[in-house]
Write a protein that binds this ligand. Structure first.
Ligand code: XIL
Length: 359
C-alpha cells in the first residue's frame, strides 16, 4: 500500500511541470501573476466614500477585505495618505487609517504603494487657504514629506511622490500651491526629501492622460531626463490609466512606457479602471475586458513595468459614478463581488504571461 502511494506521488512529481499554466497558478489574480509583476488594488476609504450611504469600506466590510487579501499582492490607500486625510491640521497627523492598511498588507504578504505627497487636489483648508511665506511653505512640504515617508520607512514599495503636475498642454499645473508659489524646482526637492526619509522606496511620477503619446508625455520625458541628469532620486514613471470606453483602447501605451524604460526607470500602472456609458450591456462588458487586457499587455511588454494596480475591484465602492455622470461599471466585479468578464480576462492574461522577467 505504502509503495503504491509512493509510486503515485512520484508519478505526480514527474507530471506536474507539464500542467497548463492557468491551472498551475491558482485561481486568484495574485496567484495567476508572474512573480515580477505585482497586481494591486486601491483600498476604499475617505474621499468620496465619506458622502456615500455606507460606512467607511475598509474597516467595516469583512467580505471586501477577504477578497482584497485573496486577489491582490499590492495595495494603495485610495485617500488615506492624501494630505487632507493624513495631515488634517497644521500640527496634527492622522496616521490611524493608513496604519491599518499597512498592517493588513503585512499580514497578507502585500506591498504598499504610497499615494501621494505633492498634488494640487485634496489638500487641507489650513494649507490651501493659509497665508504663508515661501520659506514657510517650503518647510511645510519638507516636514510633511519627512514625517509621512519617515513614519512608513521600510514599509512602502513605491511612493507616488509627484501626482498630476502637468496640464494637458504639458505646462506645470499652477493649481498646485507648491509649484505656483515655489516654482517647478520644488519637484526635485520633493524627490530628494522622500529619498532621504526612506532610501529603499521607489519614487514615482504619476499622472493620467499619459496613455497616449503627446505633449503631456513629452513634458514628463523632458522632466525625467532633467531629474536623472541632476542625479535626483527618481525611480519610476506611472500611468494611472483611468479609461473611458468613449475613447479608444490605449493601444500605444507600451510605446509610452518603453520611452521611460529606455531612461532606466521602472514603470507601473497605478489606477486602472474602465468606465462605460450606462446602461451596461454584454457587448460593452466584452469591450471593457479588451481594454483591461490592452493595459496589462502593455505592462507585460515592457521589461521594467513591475506593477498594475486597479483603482478598486468592485463597483460597490468605485469613484466613477460619483465623478463621471452617466458612466459606471468601471471595475472588474459587480457590487455583490460577482466577477465580470474583465476579471477573467485579467486573470487569464496574467496566467499566460511569461513566468520569467527579462531584467
Ligand atoms: C480619487 C478617489 O478615488 C476618490 O475617493 C476621491 O474622492 C477623489 O480622488 N487620480 C488620483 C486619485 O491620483 O487619487 C484619484 O482618486 C483619482 C484620480
Amino acid at each position: 500500500m505504502r509503495k503504491a502511494i509512493l509510486a503515485v506521488v512520484a508519478a505526480a512529481a514527474v507530471l506536474l511541470p507539464f500542467a497548463p499554466p492557468a491551472q498551475a497558478h491558482g485561481s486568484s489574480l495574485r496567484d495567476a501573476a508572474p512573480r515580477y509583476l505585482r497586481i494591486g488594488s486601491a483600498v476604499a476609504g475617505g474621499g468620496h466614500h465619506v458622502d456615500q450611504p455606507y460606512p467607511d469600506p475598509f474597516p467595516n466590510d469583512r467580505e471586501y477585505r477577504r477578497i482584497l487579501a485573496r486577489e491582490f499582492d499590492s495595495v494603495s490607500p485610495e485617500n488615506q495618505m492624501k494630505w487632507e486625510f493624513i495631515h488634517p491640521e497644521r500640527h496634527r497627523y492622522n496616521f490611524g487609517p493608513a496604519d491599518a492598511i499597512v498592517a493588513f498588507a503585512r499580514r497578507n504578504g502585500q506591498v504598499v504603494r504610497g499615494h501621494t505627497l505633492l498634488w494640487h487636489s485634496q489638500n487641507p483648508a489650513w494649507l490651501q487657504e493659509g497665508t504663508f511665506t515661501k520659506a514657510q511653505l517650503r518647510s511645510i512640504l519638507r516636514e510633511h514629506i519627512f514625517t509621512v515617508v519617515g513614519h512608513y520607512r521600510g514599509k512602502i514599495q513605491q511612493w507616488d511622490v509627484a501626482n498630476e503636475i502637468f496640464t494637458e498642454n504639458g505646462e506645470y499645473r499652477q493649481e498646485n500651491i507648491f509649484i505656483r508659489e515655489l516654482g517647478p524646482g520644488i519637484v526635485a526637492d520633493a524627490f530628494r526629501w522622500a529619498h532621504q526619509a526612506d532610501p529603499r522606496a521607489q519614487l514615482f511620477l504619476n499622472d493620467y492622460g499619459v496613455e497616449w503619446p503627446g505633449v503631456k508625455v513629452d513634458a514628463y520625458e523632458t522632466l525625467a531626463r532633467q531629474l536623472l541628469q541632476q542625479r535626483v532620486p527618481l525611480h519610476g514613471f506611472a500611468s494611472q490609466a483611468h479609461l473611458s470606453m468613449r475613447y479608444g483602447a490605449p493601444d500605444q501605451l507600451a510605446g509610452v512606457l518603453q520611452r521611460f524604460d529606455d531612461l532606466g526607470l521602472a514603470t507601473a500602472i497605478t489606477e486602472l479602471d474602465v468606465r462605460m456609458d450606462l446602461p451596461v450591456t454584454d457587448e460593452k462588458l466584452a469591450t471593457q475586458a479588451v481594454y483591461y487586457r490592452t493595459v496589462l499587455d502593455a505592462c507585460l511588454a515592457v521589461d521594467g513595468c513591475n506593477s498594475v494596480t486597479l483603482w478598486g475591484f468592485t463597483d460597490k465602492y468605485s469613484w466613477v459614478p460619483v465623478f463621471f455622470p452617466e458612466e459606471g461599471a468601471a471595475t472588474v466585479m459587480w457590487e455583490d463581488f460577482r466577477k465580470k468578464p474583465a476579471y477573467f480576462t485579467v486573470r487569464d492574461t496574467l496566467a499566460s504571461a511569461p513566468r520569467h522577467h527579462r531584467r
